[in-house]
Design a protein around this ligand. Sequence first.
Ligand SMILES: *Cc1c(COP(=O)(O)O)cnc(C)c1O
Length: 345
Amino acid sequence: MTFIDLRSDTVTKPTPAMWKAMASAEVGDDVYGEDPTINRLQDMAAEQLGHEAGLFVASGTMGNLIAVLAHCGRGDEVIMGNQAHTFVYEAGGVAALGGVHTHTIPNQADGTLQLEDIQAAIRSENVHFPMTKLVVLENTQNRCGGIALPLAYSREAADMVHGNGLALHLDGARIFNAAVYWGVPVKALTGMVDSVTFCLSKALCAPVGSVLCGSKDFIARALRIRKQLGGGMRQAGVLAAAGIVALEEMVDRLAEDHRRAAVLADGLSKLSGLVVQKKEHSTNMVFARLADEVALSDAEVVAALKTEGVLASAAGPRLLRLVTHYWIDDAAVSKTIAAFEKVLG
Ligand SMILES: *Cc1c(COP(=O)(O)O)cnc(C)c1O
């Protein structure tokens, strides 16, 4: 059976153009800085995101970890949302590998951190306290619904963080979804932060990798940390080649994923067994809660959907997450709605 796989946009396989680019990629030893395809990808990414330099890394998790380690020393503190990917899903890497102390504040329903909450979390000078060095924002905010954070908010947050002498890192795993949502060049959302990561391997369809961007100095520090973490790869231009296709060909079409997610949300919201979380500024994700009268558990619904050829993920108690991407067409959306109708009766 070929499944309609809505568990995540990470399941996307390379496009035909990517396979072709990978097969003919010019490569070299990237630890020597000699892989022309990686160098080109890094330059392209930095240029698009409005930064001086870029660094190809194995994953978004590695990019965020390197960024936190480059901004903070042992015992320093980083402020981030309690729904931040870096807090919830990155295996505590900043603490385990960097000795960095995480101070969480609540993510609002719209994915933002309130500026007053950030301000209140910043430590004053006192021998008892860790020293605050960094704030992390996430755009789109995954656990709040794949929500695109507004431009005005991004600018205000950066001004506020910089006004306090701190650095701002943006976990922009899906920043291109946010840029397409707002209809702006991505640098409008990323140019004002000190560092930013984005994933090539999610909605942009590349098989592997993320890029971390920042100033030349920052990337020089990041390069050493990447080496420490074992992330210095050699002829990885075969991977970067797909990343270049991702940046050249896969960004504008993200609007289709957003349109299909809206159609899916709309169709599912007509079913009495589901309460679809309709949120402003959502992009390619649909979150739906099982209504109280549904006797099945989330795991049972996921299993039943699978027998109908649809893969969804359980994102919390009685909460399902569905993510649209390149390999989900209009027919797949209709079939998914029909599968839910059958499973939930
Ligand atoms: C997926 C994701 C990451 C991490 O990316 P990996 O490549 O899976 O390590 C980081 N932040 C957010 C918001 C993500 O959704």
